[in-house]
Design a binder for this molecule. Structure first.
Ligand code: NAP
Ligand code: F7E
Length: 325
């Protein structure tokens, strides 16, 4: 059988790097779209850089996306690139719409015109549920996004479904709940906590400044979630799936668990709450029902909450120690 070819947009991000690793273990030829930066930002993929091929391109630039699809001739396209930080979507709402919403249409257009037989994965998000209408959330729960990011993701979700229905393409949308890892960006709450707790342990910091401690999220491990993306494209037909652990915890729970890893019980004395970190509109409570994915794809998470927090804190301690040598 000929070697399968995959194109990943967002390969330098958390999920892109885990997905590229995963596809290499499946013997794929992996291509990644990367945008121009003044200094290289290949930190997450440097260990596999010689095994993948990077193609310059940007979600704002139709021609570069079309060329990347023409050059890579992919059997599978994973559209992971986006402005993915919810907080930034209020300060840069138009850019978020350009990247996270219209960017999807640009990639879909390239596929439709150049490689319509390719299978396409769209990175949808639990942020589309926003002010939730039911608990837990599943594939038929109505959307009520609460940020410009969430609104842009709803557009991306529906344009993907529209292209599937209009042109009979193999397009799936994965509605993924929060997934974290030692490669999570430092601005997201889990990594901000694990990294600062590691610093406190090493006496490089003395407090964590956080916003809303009461928000609850269904947090899983990114390594598990990229496998679900691949499984969706291996089915006989295209469909949409929720991917989640089915358990949620508050930001405060995450903080407590992280301090537990370094043996600190009275964690509250290290927390400073800043009103500036509260969002104009909050998503208070998310919990996913992934029973469809478990039944149809045979997918299930392998890393639980306690293990995830430990993995992140221990990795940050190791990283900080190595950096201070
Ligand atoms: P991430 O770490 O923020 O990575 C985003 C990627 O998109 C990076 O590679 C980034 O490139 C790239 N990108 C951003 N703007 C671009 C542009 N204009 N042109 C080309 N590339 C661009 O995000 P992630 O956590 O891996 O998430 C992957 C996808 O899943 C995103 O679409 C996100 O919205 C979605 N999602 C994430 C979660 C989650 O919990 N992680 C849950 C649901 C859905 P640079 O490295 O150059 O910045
Ligand atoms: O916030 C609260 C904050 O930024 C989680 C993205 O991957 O998952 C992610 O979006 C919660 C929110 O992730 C701080 O108010 C408190 O309630 O880690 P986050 P997110 O907004 O859930 C979804 C599924 C995606 O699709 C997104 O791309 O934590 N919070 N204090 C804080 N959040 C941050 N970032 N920083 C704080 O200091």
């Amino acid at each position: 059988m000929a070697q399968k070819r995959a194109l990943i947009t967002g390969i330098t991000g958390q999920d892109g790097s885990y997905l590229a690793e995963f596809l290499l273990t499946k013997n794929y030829k992996v291509f990644g779209l990367t945008r121009r930066t003044s200094t290289p930002n290949y930190e997450r993929i440097k260990h596999i850089e010689d095994k993948i091929e990077l193609i310059p391109g940007d979600l704002l630039d139709q021609q570069s996306i079309t060329s990347a699809v023409a050059y890579s001739k992919p059997d599978e396209i994973y559209n992971l690139a986006a402005q993915s930080f919810v907080a930034t979507s209020w300060s840069q709402p138009v850019l978020t719409g350009e990247f996270t919403a219209l960017g999807v249409t640009r990639v879909l257009e390239a596929v439709r015109q150049i490689k319509p037989q390719a299978k396409f994965y769209q990175a949808s998000s639990s942020e589309m549920f926003g002010m939730v209408r039911e608990n837990p959330q599943n594939e038929s729960t109505p959307f009520h996004p609460r940020s410009p990011y969430g609104v842009a993701k709803v557009y991306g979700h529906w344009i993907a479904i529209n292209y599937r229905e209009s042109y009979n393409l193999f397009i799936v949308s994965g509605i993924l709940f929060n997934h974290e890892s030692p490669r999570r960006g430092l601005e997201f709450v889990t990594r901000k906590i694990s990294h600062t707790v590691a610093k406190i342990h090493l006496k490089q910091a003395d407090r964590i400044v956080l916003g809303n401690l009461d928000a609850k999220r269904d947090w899983g491990f990114a390594g598990d979630y990229v496998k679900a993306m691949w499984l969706m494209l291996q089915q006989d037909g295209p469909d949409d799936y929720v991917i989640a652990t089915g358990q949620n915890h508050s930001v405060a729970d995450f903080v407590e668990e992280a301090f537990g890893v370094i043996g600190v019980k009275n964690w509250k004395k290290y927390i400073h709450v800043s009103k500036q970190l509260f969002r104009p509109a909050e998503v208070d409570f998310l919990i996913g029902d992934s029973s469809k994915a478990r039944k149809v794809l045979g997918w299930r998470p392998t890393v639980g909450f306690t293990q995830l927090v430990r993995m992140m804190v221990e990795n940050d301690i190791k990283l900080l120690r190595a950096n201070s040598k």
